[in-house]
Design a protein around this ligand. Structure first.
Ligand SMILES: Cc1cc2nc3c(=O)[nH]c(=O)nc-3n(C[C@H](O)[C@H](O)[C@H](O)COP(=O)(O)OP(=O)(O)OC[C@H]3O[C@@H](n4cnc5c(N)ncnc54)[C@H](O)[C@@H]3O)c2cc1C
Length: 505
């Protein structure tokens, strides 16, 4: 594996998002002096936060999976996750509701889920689910070390016996097609294919290998940290600081100094000049390449993932009428992906994610109130010429009204919209094409074909974060930090995933 040559005693990490925190902890644990420079006043990056009228809002991810990967970051500095973070299982992981009025609670426990599917769609679907669960677990087992948590030198490094096994179980076929081999009920199929949207690709076109995301949430389970999602980066930063990592918040990296093929110092908006032996950049790719003075050489343009509008809403407490995560599927499905990805228009029959973080921690809202997070996938700014400044507020109002009408009739009368975030806002935060989900996980932007974490012609700069390997999401951002650390120091240990039994938790 190609690693940074020469001294790597002091590493500057640009960005205190999950990838930067993970890289910093891995490097500190391996004896490096680490300085993290972050433009915001707090850690987390797009795992962001806002406190509005007594509500503690998480502006980014809501679905936390694979806590063992978070644990690995704590372990890198000899810290314990359980001492820093109070994670509780979310049960059901999701509540799925459909246009025909039916609903299914997605449960992590194999027996409970099997019984729920049997009651919902009959015994044949339940039997298919049990086989699907075994297949998803096998997919994860085959992919984790060899593909997800791996640094690639070239596409040739893919050619391993594991690749043949992955191909043999259908990893390179279509995601939706493979799910169809186990489950024929179209509603139940969606529970195991909608995650393609997390990868930024329609399930009809996505590789089955990405169904590993469905393993992560439907088999391994969904968790929530008390204190809200922000508790994760805050706890990681606390453990990192205790291990000696220096944090400089509120400081924007404006330039990198170079001497030949090495970055020698990082310059900030405060006028600081921080000497370094190596640098880990977790910034968005266009800024990364600009700081490095490089233009990526790619034969075809990169494809950004779709974007999203998020509305944060305060409502009178609704109790168990809403689960923690609620997926409200519209009647349309394949056409929905065409609308937002191909046609660049808003969904005509929207599918929405409605999260109630106060189900996991009521203290996130004032007494007697619930906090809701309503997310609608939308075109990114390259796919659609939508004028968010003029339509954003009205679209968010419609999203909330649709969610209320489907899930909690009458609620929108009492809904207090606290904050709306549109693709234009993501763009203002520096996110390319106005999407917080970086590059789509098309085949040509996967594994060794995704922008690499090393940079041609620069010896001691390593990239991390959603746009590089392995990709978008909390677990993958954390892994990208470890992969970046491996590029700096070489691999120090073989870290294998904890497989959660396909039988039950
Ligand atoms: C709305 C939304 C919903 C999501 N839902 C989920 C979900 O449910 N589950 C899931 O697993 N994932 C989800 N994700 C994706 C997940 O949040 C991201 O993939 C992950 O947090 C990205 O981490 P990162 O370190 O790559 O990037 P970032 O968090 O963006 O980190 C980069 C950091 O660099 C800093 N920075 C940028 N420029 C500079 C500069 N010049 N100087 C100094 N600092 C700089 C930024 O402020 C930021 O802190 C969601 C994301 C969003 C936004």
């Amino acid at each position: 594996m190609r690693t940074v040559p020469g001294p790597t005693d002091h590493v500057v990490v640009v960005g205190a998002g999950l990838s930067g925190l993970s890289a910093a902890m891995q490097l500190a644990g391996r004896g490096r002096a680490v300085t993290v420079v972050e433009r915001y006043a707090f850690p987390g990056g797009r795992m962001g936060q806002a406190d509005i009228r007594g509500y503690r809002i998480d502006t980014g991810p809501t679905v936390l999976t694979m806590p063992d990967i978070i644990e690995e970051a704590f372990a890198a500095v000899g810290a314990s996750m359980t001492e820093h973070l109070d994670l509780v299982p979310v049960d059901p992981a999701y509540r799925a509701t459909f246009a025909d009025g039916s609903a299914l609670d997605v449960q992590t426990d194999a027996e409970a889920m099997s019984a729920a599917i049997e009651a919902f769609a009959g015994p044949a679907q339940a039997a298919g689910y049990r086989r699907l669960r075994t297949w998803l677990t096998e997919l994860y087992r085959l992919e984790f070390d060899g593909f997800i948590a791996a640094n690639f030198e070239s596409p040739l490094s893919l050619l391993t016996p594991q690749l043949a096994r992955l191909a043999a179980i259908g990893g390179f076929r279509g995601w939706e097609r493979m799910i169809g081999k186990f489950i024929t009920d179209e509603r139940v199929q969606r529970i195991f294919t909608f995650q393609a949207l997390y990868a930024g690709v329609p399930p009809q076109q996505a590789l089955a290998a990405y169904a590993v995301i469905a393993y992560m949430d439907t088999v391994a389970g969904v968790y929530f940290p008390r204190g809200g999602m922000r508790a994760v980066p805050e706890a990681l930063a606390t453990a990192a600081a205790a291990a000696g990592v220096e944090f400089r918040y509120g400081s924007i990296v404006t330039a990198l100094e170079r001497s030949g093929s090495r970055v020698t110092a990082v310059r900030t908006s405060e006028g600081d000049r921080i000497d370094c032996d190596a640098v880990v950049l977790t910034t968005e790719l266009p800024l990364t390449y600009q700081l490095l003075g490089r233009t990526p050489r790619r034969p075809i343009a990169m494809r950004p993932a779709p974007s999203a509008v998020v509305a944060h809403v305060g409502v009178p407490a609704v109790g168990d009428r809403l689960a923690h995560h609620n997926i409200s599927f519209g009647g349309k499905w394949a056409g929905t992906f065409d609308e937002i990805i191909r046609d660049g228009v808003l969904m005509s029959d929207p599918s929405l994610l409605v999260t109630r973080p106060t189900a996991g921690d009521p203290s996130l809202a004032p007494p007697g109130r619930d906090l809701l997070y309503v997310l609608a996938p939308t075109p990114n700014l390259e796919a659609g010429a939508l004028d968010w400044a003029s339509i954003g507020t009205e679209y968010a109002r419609q999203m909330v009204a649709t969610a209320a009408q489907r899930l909690l009739p009458g609620l929108d009368d009492d809904a207090d919209v606290l904050e709306i975030v549109t693709p234009a806002d993501w763009a203002r935060q520096g996110m390319a094409a106005g999407t917080p989900f970086a590059l789509a996980h098309t085949f040509g932007q996967t594994g060794p074909f995704r922008p690499a974490n090393t940079v041609r012609g620069i010896d001691n700069a390593v990239l991390a974060g959603g746009s590089t390997v392995p990709g978008v999401g909390m677990p993958t951002a954390l892994l990208s930090g470890r992969l970046a650390a491996d590029r700096v120091t070489g691999v120090v240990s073989d870290v294998s995933p904890r497989i959660i039994s396909s039988g039950s938790r």
